[in-house]
Write a protein that binds this ligand. Structure first.
Ligand code: HEM
Length: 250
């Protein structure tokens, strides 16, 4: 776990800084997200490829919506300092991942699920009606991707025996970022430099909590779909005892 203290331009951070409010305000829901069954299974390397592909599809629709709204609002003074398309944007990486998994006709083979559509609708609504709230959506996804991405990439690569060249996992690879830690610090200081009153900062925390919930609803939906998919569970190498229930924690 890295430290966050005393790292902005002036050398101090206060609890009223947006980065601190977001971190504190989403701590509880972050723990909930980490503890959803889908996420726990993923971390254990118990990833069914068909489900992983559907997860990539959900991310594709989510990032397409988010980056469309970011482009629309890239000159908005309350978003512009967070505009890092080269470093962060995932739309094209996800399109390449989907092409790898579904082939050249991938666009005709995917649909937007219900939980994903709810998330997408909220992103578009925010982008059109209250663009400052896009900060919360960008924070929730990009900061999360930069935090856990490398671990998730390795787990997925190993569990699904994907090529070491990184095909199918471009989403997890941020070629424009050399140090995730340094970039996260830059992003936090940019968030803290936005001119926002306390009421707006509180709205942003609420919106980030909502964004976590949208993500959890997508995980829960995937979990439900997973129950209906008949496929061998690919395992990252942990021996599974008790084949009756398949729970390695027992
Ligand atoms: C940050 C772990 C799932 C969003 C982090 C950090 C870790 C972590 C270690 C770094 C904290 C720091 O920088 O001090 C995990 C694990 C997860 C998980 C193990 C389960 C697989 C998620 C999910 C989301 C998310 C599902 C949202 C969709 C975030 C955000 C941050 C973060 C926004 C930045 C917090 C901040 O510094 O303000 N996570 N995470 N994480 N994660 Fe996660």
């Amino acid at each position: 776990m890295e430290t966050r203290g005393n790292e902005d331009k002036e050398g101090t951070l206060s609890p009223e800084d947006l980065s601190e409010m977001l971190a504190a305000g989403t701590k509880e829901v972050h723990e909930k997200a980490e503890n959803t069954q889908f996420v726990k299974d993923f971390l254990r390397g118990r990833i069914r490829k068909e489900l992983f592909k559907l997860g990539a599809v959900a991310l594709y629709y989510t990032y397409t919506a988010m980056e469309e709204e970011i482009e629309r609002n890239k000159d908005h003074p309350q978003f512009a300092p967070l505009y890092f398309p080269v470093e962060l944007h995932r739309h094209e990486a996800l399109a390449r991942d989907l092409e790898y998994f579904y082939g050249p006709e991938w666009r005709n083979q995917i649909t937007c699920s219900k939980a994903t559509q709810n998330y997408v609708d909220r992103i578009h609504q925010v982008g059109r009606e209250d663009p400052v709230l896009l900060v919360a959506h960008a924070y929730t996804r990009y900061m999360g991707d930069l935090s856990g991405g490398q671990v998730l990439k390795k787990v997925a690569q190993r569990a699904m025996k994907l090529p070491p060249t990184g095909e199918g996992l471009e989403f997890y690879q941020f070629d424009g970022i050399h140090s995730a830690k340094a970039f996260k610090q830059l992003y936090r200081s940019r968030m803290n430099e936005l001119e926002l009153d306390m009421e707006t900062k509180k709205k942003l925390v609420d919106e980030a909590v909502k964004a976590f919930h949208f993500n959890m609803e997508v995980f829960e939906e995937l979990e439900e779909i997973g129950k209906t998919i008949q496929e061998d569970v690919l395992d990252a190498g942990m021996p599974v005892h008790g084949a009756m229930d398949g729970d390695i924690s027992k």
